[in-house]
Design a protein around this ligand. Structure first.
Ligand code: FES
Length: 153
């Protein structure tokens, strides 16, 4: 495939590059930029492990072609902390044991941040509904909701 120019910002760093048109944003982040925090679970929009923010909105990066992100601002789990200081949602996940194996956690945290930002925190049921696209095989759901409730206060 012929490569297509791509300019985008990832975690506040500008990239001027070119990519094959078939490459997903997920594979671009992991394989080209070596940002391994964003996970590949199902690779077809079912599990949420690949969740990132694109211009502040959550996106399943496995469903987005890298070339669709021309000029956009991407934030991954690596871009959430402020230097050594964890994002409040990361700290809340640790405090409330919002994970067991941790594989889904980056996606969970990115969705959780969007959940609070978008104000879907009026009840535990509303939080669970918003988070329903992020699957956790360990079943850490109640603790994840606890973390989101705390940050939303
Ligand atoms: Fe993207 Fe599962 S890897 S939703």
């Amino acid at each position: 495939f012929e490569k297509i120019p791509l300019n985008l910002t990832v975690n506040n760093k500008a990239y001027k590059t070119s990519v094959e048109p078939r490459i997903t944003l997920l594979d671009y982040l992991r394989e080209e930029l070596h940002l391994m925090g964003t996970k590949k679970g199902c690779d077809h929009g079912q599990c949420g492990a690949c969740t990132v923010h694109v211009n502040g909105e959550r996106v399943n990066s496995c469903l987005s072609l890298a070339v669709m992100n021309e000029g956009k601002k991407i934030t991954t789990i690596e871009g959430l902390a402020n230097g050594e200081e964890l994002h409040p949602m990361q700290a809340a996940f640790i405090k409330h044991d919002g994970f067991q194996c941790g594989y889904c956690t980056p996606g969970q945290v990115m969705s959780a941040v969007a959940c609070v930002k978008e104000g879907h925190t009026n009840s535990r049921a509303e939080i669970s509904e918003y988070m329903s696209g992020n699957i956790c095989r360990c079943g850490a759901y109640p603790n994840i909701v606890d973390a989101i409730v705390e940050v939303s206060k």
